[in-house]
Write a new protein. Structure first.
Length: 114
């Protein structure tokens, strides 16, 4: 059974940076488009960024130009580099497939505050 384990969150000041990591166990990692999602308090979970098996990336307008998604298939890991963070980026961040969703991991909390 594939498991997703996110890490790298924390408290950061506005304008700061964080890099999130997500390790996906299982040998089928390289066959799927992966995504980073986030859920802010009182809001629905939203898709933030995706990366295809071939490395094509897409971003939500709210993070375009600030966030970069990448993947390492050998390590079955997907990353999210977050720069120029804003208070509205505060959320629990999750990774998952773009489709054929797996069970959600625990996520990693990102808090942007001065």
């Amino acid at each position: 059974q594939v498991q997703l384990v996110e890490s790298g969150g924390g408290l950061v000041q506005p304008g700061g940076s964080l890099k999130l990591s997500c390790i996906a166990s299982g040998s089928t990692f390289s066959s799927y488009t992966m995504g980073w999602y986030r859920q802010a308090p009182g809001k629905q979970r939203e898709l933030v960024a995706t990366i295809s098996t071939g490395g094509t990336t897409n971003y939500a307008d709210s993070v375009k130009g600030r966030f970069t998604i990448s993947r390492d298939n050998a390590k079955t890991t997907v990353y999210l580099q977050m720069n120029s963070l804003k208070p509205e980026d505060t959320a629990v961040y999750y990774c998952n497939r773009r489709s054929s969703l797996l069970g959600w991991g625990k996520g990693t909390l990102v808090t942007v505050s001065s």
